[in-house]
Design a protein around this ligand. Structure first.
Ligand SMILES: CC(C)(COP(=O)(O)OP(=O)(O)OC[C@H]1O[C@@H](n2cnc3c(N)ncnc32)[C@H](O)[C@@H]1OP(=O)(O)O)[C@@H](O)C(=O)NCCC(=O)NCCS
Length: 170
């Protein structure tokens, strides 16, 4: 269902239960696309890490009409100037721009934290995520390794592109 009002805000410790519920109701396909496994345990570890600054550099949630959490995005340090990013949108809210807005918030924070590069690991059949990369991150490179596409995003080029081409605040 298309939410009429979507808000993006930083993750709070009290959001943990709502984010866990999002993953509990997620389809196997979305779980696989996000965690590259149909097991639910990576999601449990991921939610635990969201409120831990040692394991998560930054996290944001998207809320829908009733304030319900319908998406989450996060940055996790990979090296001194790079981070892995992850996006997750409720099945019923996918395809309505929520992921794009979460990505904008992550890019903005990556720039503030002076990260040079973001990476994501994408299953080759994940057309929606790959479409998002093609449309919104034209400077990103892709490399297929061991059946998974590593997407590498140069932060400054992405922020520049968004500020000139994308209808979402960066
Ligand atoms: C990938 C994901 C985060 C994208 O979020 P979203 O809210 O669904 O995406 P958006 O609505 O912002 O759309 C992104 C692009 O997908 C494309 N898209 C939308 N529906 C699509 C579909 N059914 N098939 C292919 N592409 C589609 C559109 O081109 C859109 O680009 P646009 O803004 O130019 O129209 C979300 O679908 C999701 O949580 N998927 C499962 C988990 C996952 O794959 N995470 C990413 C790996 S880290």
């Amino acid at each position: 269902m298309r939410p009429a009002t979507v808000r993006i805000r930083p993750f709070r410790a009290t959001d943990g239960t709502a984010v866990r519920a999002l993953f509990d109701r997620w389809s196997d396909q979305s779980t696989y696309y996000r965690f590259l496994s149909v097991s639910r345990s990576p999601a449990v570890g991921y939610v635990d890490a969201l409120g831990d600054p040692e394991r998560t550099m930054y996290a944001v949630v998207a809320t829908g009409d009733t304030g319900k959490v319908i998406g989450v995005g996060s940055l996790h340090r990979a090296a001194h100037n790079s981070a892995e990013f992850g996006l997750a949108v409720d099945d019923s809210a996918q395809g309505h721009g929520v992921g794009t807005r979460l990505l904008a918030a992550l890019l903005r924070n990556a720039r503030q934290q002076q990260l040079a590069v973001l990476n994501a690991y994408v299953e080759p059949g994940n057309h929606r995520m790959l479409e998002l990369v093609t449309d919104e991150l034209p400077d990103a490179t892709r490399e297929l390794r061991d059946g998974v596409i590593t997407v590498t995003v140069p932060v400054n080029a992405a922020v520049h592109h968004w500020s000139t081409h994308v209808n979402a605040e960066v």
